[in-house]
Design a protein around this ligand. Structure first.
Ligand code: GSH
Length: 243
């Protein structure tokens, strides 16, 4: 039986609150909305009404989940501290909130045997309403000719100060017709701004200016910036310094 949109919210309420306290946000959607915009090779193999949830990290994740996670572990044993922290936090919240549900979890860092990602994170962000995925196709006369320019997601409150972390699929939960798709906020409205966004992201991504394309309510702390600016191979030394 398909559940109403109120039941979807009820099902997710405690999970949403537990993850918010750790600096994550969740955005529910139907698998069919995602499959509708992709070729068959990328489809998620579930019926169209199956409930899925996208998980993103906000700037608060670093202080609310990551630093406490480091305190609880021996840093030397962590190979992928950020990914391990995300998996640890999500698994704990899933066990707590969905003891009686089958939840299939895919992380942004996981690949299929074909080397394709398990899900297209930016597409999932767009169809779930989390963040608008700006691509060359959103620009009428792209000034770059045939040059490949990657698309980028912009969150209406966080700009680019967030990261897409995971996709959950509730195998046995079908959402009813009342659960309606909401478009993501189109916060980079003009052609000029969209060109500036894609140029900043593709040509000057190291300076992170694309993240401030819209005024953000929250941004990464200096400590978090220092962590992410440091190449992953050198972060262990940084963690040792932070002690
Ligand atoms: N695999 C490493 C770990 O788990 O520590 C690296 C993780 C990592 O740095 N991921 C990037 C990230 O979280 C890409 S998703 N960046 C934050 C951002 O770009 O906002």
């Amino acid at each position: 039986m398909a559940i109403s949109s109120e039941r979807v919210e009820e099902l997710l309420r405690t999970f949403r609150e537990s993850l918010k306290a750790k600096g994550f946000e969740i955005y529910p959607f139907k698998v069919g909305w995602y499959n509708a915009v992709l070729t068959a090779a990328h489809h998620l193999q579930y019926p169209a009404d199956t409930l899925a949830v996208l998980v993103i990290s906000t700037p608060a994740m670093f202080e609310c989940a990551f630093l406490p996670f480091l305190q609880s572990q021996s840093c030397e044993s962590l190979r992928d501290p950020i990914d391990q922290c995300t998996a640890h936090t999500l698994s704990a919240c899933i066990s707590l909130c969905f003891a009686n549900q089958f939840v299939d979890v895919s992380y942004d860092y996981e690949m299929l045997p074909s080397r394709k990602p398990k899900f297209l994170a930016q597409t999932a962000a767009h169809v779930s309403g989390a963040a608008y995925y700006y691509q060359t196709s959103d620009i009428h006369n792209p000034p770059w000719g045939e040059k490949k320019m990657f698309g980028v997601c912009v969150h209406p409150q966080l700009g680019g100060w967030f990261a897409i972390r995971a996709l959950l699929v509730f195998r046995d939960v079908q959402a009813g017709a009342g659960f309606q798709q909401r478009d993501p906020a189109d916060c980079v409205c003009t052609q000029e701004e969209r060109i500036r966004l894609l140029e900043s992201f593709n040509l000057r991504w190291r300076d992170w200016s694309y993240r401030d394309i819209v005024p953000a309510e929250d941004r990464y702390s200096d400590q978090q910036k220092q962590y992410f600016i440091t190449p992953p191979g050198q972060r262990r030394a940084l963690l040792r310094q932070w002690g």
